[in-house]
Design a protein. Structure first.
Length: 74
């Protein structure tokens, strides 16, 4: 990802935290030692957390934009 936006950076952090929590739950630290099933679950968890967080941020941003329209004095 080139020049991620602040929201994308936040989403990346959310994905990383979720992926790290999954690895902790496995007691794993070496990605090369993960089984195929664990590797696929690890990737799915990261991608899902990233997308979910970005979607939540987009909803928040949309709510903010909508509230600004209602307050324009002209």
């Amino acid at each position: 990802m080139i020049d991620p936006t602040p929201d994308e950076q936040d989403a990346l952090n959310a994905g990383a935290q979720s992926g790290g929590a999954y690895l902790d739950s496995l007691g794993a630290s070496d990605l090369a030692e993960l089984s195929l099933t664990d590797w696929q679950a690890f990737i799915e968890i990261i991608v899902t957390a990233y997308c979910d967080h970005l979607r939540d941020l987009a909803g928040r941003d949309q709510d903010h934009i909508t509230s600004m329209r209602e307050g324009v004095p002209f």
